[in-house]
Design a protein around this ligand. Sequence first.
Ligand code: UDP
Ligand code: MG
Length: 308
Amino acid sequence: MKISIVIPIYNEEGTLNELHRRLTNALLQLAIDDYEVLLIDDGSKDRSWEIMTELSQNDPHIKAIKFSRNFGHHIAITAGMDYASGDAVILMDGDLQDQPEEIQKLYSHFLKGFDVVFGVRKERRHSFLKVFTSKLFIYFINKVIGTEVPINSHIFRIMSRRVVDHLNKLRERDRFITGLISYIGFKQVGIEVIHGQRYAGETKYSWFKLFKLAINTVTSFSSKPLQLASLLGTFISGVSFLAIIYLIFLKITFGVIFSGWTSIMVLILFMGGIQMLLLGILGEYVGRNYAESQHRPLYIIEDIKKIK
Ligand code: UDP
Ligand code: MG
């Protein structure tokens, strides 16, 4: 069996050599015929590409792809899978939070006949706030929106060739890889893995990027927000209608006139806010449609080392 390991790299100059050392050690322990490591430089601004080029010159297993700019974590993984030729493909982050030594566990489970074996982080080494918001989001999306997607940017996993082939046919732009993989189906299982500290540098996921990922995830896996918008609209219209009848009734029968700038302002602001929110939800879907209809490529490659 040949295994491909796909690793997205964005400004990881401090980690690459150590990653290479530990990964090579770990892979040599596996009883496999061959392996390749695909490193995808997602528009790094540091020395990552120089180091990747060096690695690819010194180690025949290393293949390197350089994007023309930063396209994003999940797009980088997509490019790696497009070029991977293994019978099984492993996805992992390049900051050594996913431990190369844990590949052994994923692989031995994979051999039991699973199509996807994904790592479940025993103790997540992210900040408390990040773990909390991510768990809250998972809860929200699974309960309220009703998607069955494991919402977690954690990608550490091994997949069979048939899963990768199907995945490579899904070319939607806002790619939430773990969601797409669970969409594909077949036999999938999660096993506990150790999650390490980032080896060097800082997280590349700002709160803004996480927020965008969250919105993309919801809109690409469900149209429930649109239904919720309609429901909310119907509910508010209903309440307003009853209020109108009640107010007119008070005016006609008792001659009551409610005065007050405050109540009117509160109502106007409330209604304005709700309308903006609903427009925003609608806009998200329209925007996605627009982006898809442009048919732009998912990524642009500037340089490739050692891939024919
Ligand atoms: N990454 C990438 N492009 C980006 C952001 C991140 O290729 O725009 C890579 C990054 O180099 C790392 C992986 O994706 O290998 C996960 O990123 P990070 O560790 O910063 O995320 P976190 O673990 O903090 O959620
Ligand atoms: Mg990380």
